[in-house]
Design a protein around this ligand. Structure first.
Ligand SMILES: N[C@@H](CCC(=O)N[C@@H](CS)C(=O)NCC(=O)O)C(=O)O
Length: 216
């Protein structure tokens, strides 16, 4: 299994954590996002010039959520997707809300962090959206340890590789007590520790992050 990755990419980290949780052996290819993604050889693999990409037995998969579904189907043990209809719906809701609501809402905060111009109305809208998502997660957790109940699933992998980073953008989790416990528990797992970027790595990547954000 070839895995095209970068330690600072949130879209990559959910795939990386899944590979580790499922103990799937893989061959990592580090991609520097200041140009490696534009090389013809990589563009042939992913015409959208994005990571993550995996190539398994010659079969190429792009789009992180599609990769997670592929890994779950091909390497079903340990299972990270429940069988019960409501539990499946909860996992998919959390995945999609993370990718479609929470992740885009972090962009204005990231821009502010790297000192790019952002309108205060955009910042307020982003903060409001993030609060709505966190409240949604908090009520979905209810009294269960994980989103779909007693079992750790892909919902944890997808939301749990973003939510613990929110304090870096100035968003406190203090108001969301259940989510905070959940987040701390995930960060104690070996797969989270192994894939967490260090402060030095974050600082070294800042110029590239800034350049990529200027385009958005
Ligand atoms: N929807 C895609 C998004 C992938 C994506 O945007 N990856 C970023 C890294 S987090 C990337 O490759 N950026 C390089 C670029 O835009 O040039 C997925 O979930 O895999």
């Amino acid at each position: 299994m070839k895995f095209y990755y970068n330690r600072l990419s949130l879209n990559v980290r959910r795939v990386w954590v899944t590979l580790l949780e499922k103990q799937i052996p893989f061959e990592p290819t580090l991609m520097k996002l200041d140009g490696d993604q534009l090389e013809p050889e990589f563009t042939a693999l992913n015409p959208f010039q994005h990571i993550p990409v995996i190539v398994d037995d010659g079969f190429r998969v792009v789009e992180s959520l599609a990769i997670l579904d592929y890994l779950e189907a091909k390497y079903p043990s340990p299972s990270l997707m429940p069988k019960d209809a409501q539990a499946i719906a909860k996992v998919r809701m959390v995945e999609m809300v993370t990718v479609n609501e929470l992740l885009p809402a972090t962009v204005p905060l990231l821009k502010q962090m790297v000192k790019l111009d952002v309108k205060s109305t955009q910042l307020e809208a982003a903060q409001h959206k993030i609060a709505t998502v966190l409240q949604f997660y908090e009520s979905l957790l209810g009294d269960c340890p994980y989103f779909a109940g007693e079992e750790f699933t892909l919902a944890e992998v997808v939301a749990g590789t973003l939510v613990p980073s929110l304090p870096l953008f100035g968003i406190s989790l203090d108001e969301y007590s259940k989510l905070k416990v959940w987040s701390e528990k995930l960060q104690a797992r070996d797969s989270w520790k192994e894939t967490a970027p260090s402060q030095d790595e974050i600082e070294a990547a800042m110029p590239t992050i800034r350049k990529n954000l200027e385009k958005r």
